[in-house]
Design a protein around this ligand. Structure first.
Ligand code: FAD
Length: 375
């Protein structure tokens, strides 16, 4: 059988693309592992698009709106929760400026004494409303079910070895079990994207991940999500009242360091975290590691594009820099727009490949916290 679209990868990018294309396309999703078992399955479910995509308000709002709509579908449950950033005395002026420019609140830190440690070095707090969290396993299961009910076919445990290109046009994929013909190909293969396309297109994508720990706290319902830009970490309450803490893990490189867990999380928990977060000295229940990792780009924004330098009918969606889950429906909507020519309800140009001069992985790592104010 020939498909309208073959999608490589069943993480949030592949599933969201399938979901948006399914109503009027025959879609096949192929994954080398179980559906949704890649980096997406390890995510913390912190949904803070206005914080992490500060230059793209429409993209950000579109993504958030989808989670509110999906709430109650299948096993998916969206929890709206504000995101709070402690502001140190030296940063108050800059925070006032951000608050004015981005329409967020700057409040007395005492309003968040339940979140910050008593001696935390903060004078004020920046507060984003309309953000939230969910259990990513529930999101992935619901998206898979919704896709299947719209006719999307899934082929798990099937590695894609190459994208077929004939006369400058992508015509399908070669899997370990044979060829699949398709009018268009979407490669949303996370850290597998660059190696898969090595013969077709150069992509400036290198590994990036978070390290996460769950602490044995007993937090009250309504506990806000929070973060700190200096320590480059975030934290939130889980549904069972535990404290989830994430810190960015910058791979050395290139060549890339294959460490599964960097020393960052132990250092954070052993030293600074108890001084900024209430309950920050609670015992670790478990760690979450992600050996396959996410990817990042030179400007820490993703590539969602049908690149002119690649074959026709090929769309790339990768490089989400630890912030892909929160952008899910904007990714899917952008992919649909690139394949159908329909307008997207937000600009897609900021995610074009040709904004970069390089196609190499040898670029300096750019922290999310330098691009924005995740915390
Ligand atoms: C610990 C941790 C915490 C995080 N927390 C958050 C968070 O709170 N909020 C947030 O928004 N983001 C978070 N992220 C980031 C988020 O998980 C990623 O941005 C997102 O999952 C990327 O999705 P993806 O679909 O691009 O990649 P993936 O989920 O990795 O999907 C790619 C898929 O492609 C498949 N694949 C690869 N190569 C091939 C091939 N050759 N053939 C077939 N299949 C192939 C893989 O098996 C995989 O299933 C976190 C990440 C980590 C590691």
């Amino acid at each position: 059988m020939s498909y309208d679209v073959a999608i490589v990868g069943s993480g949030v990018a592949g599933l969201a693309s399938a979901y948006r294309l399914a109503p009027d396309h025959d879609v096949l999703v192929v994954d080398r592992d179980a559906i949704g078992s890649g980096t997406s399955s390890r995510a913390s479910g912190v949904i803070t698009t206005p914080v992490d995509y500060p230059g793209q308000p429409e993209w950000s709002e579109h993504a958030l709106a989808f989670f509110r709509e999906l709430d109650g579908t299948g096993v998916f449950e969206w929890t709206e929760r504000e995101f709070v950033r402690g502001v140190r005395p030296a940063d108050v002026e800059a925070a006032r400026e951000s608050a004015r420019a981005e329409g967020i609140s700057l409040v007395d830190r005492a309003a968040y004494d339940e979140v910050f440690a008593e001696d935390a070095p903060y004078e004020r707090a920046l507060v984003w409303e309309g953000t939230g969290f969910f259990d990513v396993d529930e999101f992935l299961a619901t998206m898979q079910r919704e896709c299947a009910s719209r006719g999307v076919e899934f082929r798990p445990d099937t590695a894609v070895e190459a994208v077929h290109v004939e006369d400058g046009v992508a015509t399908g994929v070669e899997t370990e079990y044979g060829s699949v013909e398709a009018d268009s190909v979407v490669v949303a293969a996370g850290s597998g994207t660059r190696p898969l396309l090595a013969d077709v297109l150069g992509l400036p994508l290198r590994k990036f991940t978070w390290n996460v720990a769950y602490l044995d706290a007993d937090l009250p319902e309504g506990y806000p999500m929070a973060g700190d830009p200096v320590l480059q970490c975030y934290w939130r309450r889980t549904r069972d009242g535990h404290l989830l803490v994430g810190v960015q893990h910058e791979y050395e490189g290139p060549p890339e360091d294959e460490r599964e867990v960097g020393p960052e999380i132990e250092t954070l928990l052993g030293e600074a975290f108890p001084t900024i977060a209430a309950h920050g000295d609670s015992e670790v229940v478990r760690y979450e590691v992600c050996p396959m990792a996410d990817t990042t780009t030179p400007d820490a924004n993703p590539i969602v594009d049908a690149p002119a330098e690649g074959p026709a009918n090929l769309v790339i969606a990768a490089g989400f820099h630890g912030a892909g889950v929160m952008a899910s429906d904007s990714i899917g909507t952008a992919v649909r727009s690139l394949l159908t020519g329909e307008d997207a309800p937000f600009p897609i140009d900021p995610f074009r490949l040709d904004r970069f001069d390089t196609r190499s992985t040898d670029f300096p790592f750019r922290s999310l916290f330098g691009k924005s104010s995740r915390s």
